[in-house]
Design a protein around this ligand. Sequence first.
Ligand code: AHR
Length: 498
Amino acid sequence: MRVSAAIHREFSIAQIDDRLYSAFIEHMGRAIYSGIYEPGHPQADDHGFRRDVAQMVRDLNIPAIRYPGGNFVSAYNWEDGIGPKADRPVRLDLAWRSKESNQVGINEFAIWAQDLGIDMMLAVNLGSRGISDARNFMEYVNHPSGTHWSDLRRSHGVKQPYNVKMWCLGNEMDGPWQIGHKEAKEYGRLADETAKALRQLTPGAEMVVCGSSNDEMPTYPDWERGVLEECYENVDYISLHKYFGNSSRDTLNFFGKVEETGRYIQSIAGVIDFVKAKKRAKNDVHICFDEWNVWYHKREQDSKNWKSWDWPEAPALLEEDYTFEDTLFVACLLNEFIRRSDRVRIACIAQLVNVIAPIRAEAGGPAWRQSIYWPYQLASIHGRGTALRVAVDGPSYNCAVADDVDYLDVAAVEGDGIVTLFMVNRHLTEEADLRLSLTGYPGATLLDHQVIQGHDLMATNGPGREPIAPVAGRGLAVEDGMVGGALAPLSYHVVRIR
Ligand code: AHR
């Protein structure tokens, strides 16, 4: 198939917020325990954090990480995770029917995040708790000294406050499964009052209010309207969550879910604009897509397991084995975030280690990179700067979730004088014969071309076996302002031009 495309240096979408490439990690399954933290592992550092996992995280160049949940946060007492480890209580985690040892709490997590240069984005419990505990937590985390909570932190050996700027006001409060689930107005009021209290403690702190748990919730998108009508002026972001699957084994429809996500983003952008207009508000609210990923391979079995098991500690849970098909999907989804970086400022892959994660780690054994690690890493490294408009003219298809889906999915970013093209040929059998014109980049040449292609759609990586990884690409040329060449069916390309 022939595909024409065009980019013009003057036609941009937005300056991308680096936090578009953030992550999320929750106290659940083996994400924390035997994921990032495993004292006694041959790779453990002095604090008990695994160096092998940390290196894989470091290589992702993650700007910010949302912690500690997730559903977990809605019944979590943050004070359980501070002070001498031997004195910390073991609790039942109601969200995942597991035991929480509290051996990792805010101070341990901060050591890990600081070591990796990642900003913390902390969620407060607005399920079983409320304003008072949220402000205590913030005071412990952000206040310098001279008060009960700040001096307690200092007595725990942390003299300097963490100055955490990003705060999530609960998690998925529209979900009946959530501990402390609320109606939109009820939650919106609580979020508003909590945001006001927290802002008094940390002026300039950014507040993320909960949107719907996904776009199939019966209350979507009325939830967002109801919540924002209560708190619009006191929040900065509204969260979106969406997980994806292909249980029906329809690859093109799976890929079409990226366009469906575009509609989701557009709808919430519309709700934000509606409430802003209705309130005559001056401030802008942006989108924080703080949970996204593929999650379906083991979902049914997992859900049976955790609902019936007897409160195990750090059990294997949501340990999805990602396929090459998922690599292509994640690449397209990240492209959509780049294309919608005018409204989506923050996005978090959910999650980071073991639980629906790009990195896996065996207890006592090796760590490895799953197939989805690579599109996330390549976007995080090369997708910073200005998102450029890309006009694409080529064949498209219709599927159950969307019509007119371009076979060739393209996003473009300019940063440090380099234009990076992220391209996925979603066609199952045909090459894309590409002619992409670049206006405003005289003398541009090909700097680098990386590709992931040629794998069975169901192929996976595993311990000591990582076949799905980028390799040097061939067959693309940049000449006289034109990028040309053939892109194999079912292939992912990162092309850098200067
Ligand atoms: O990421 C796993 C779970 O998915 C989170 O705890 C919750 O917020 C979402 O439903």
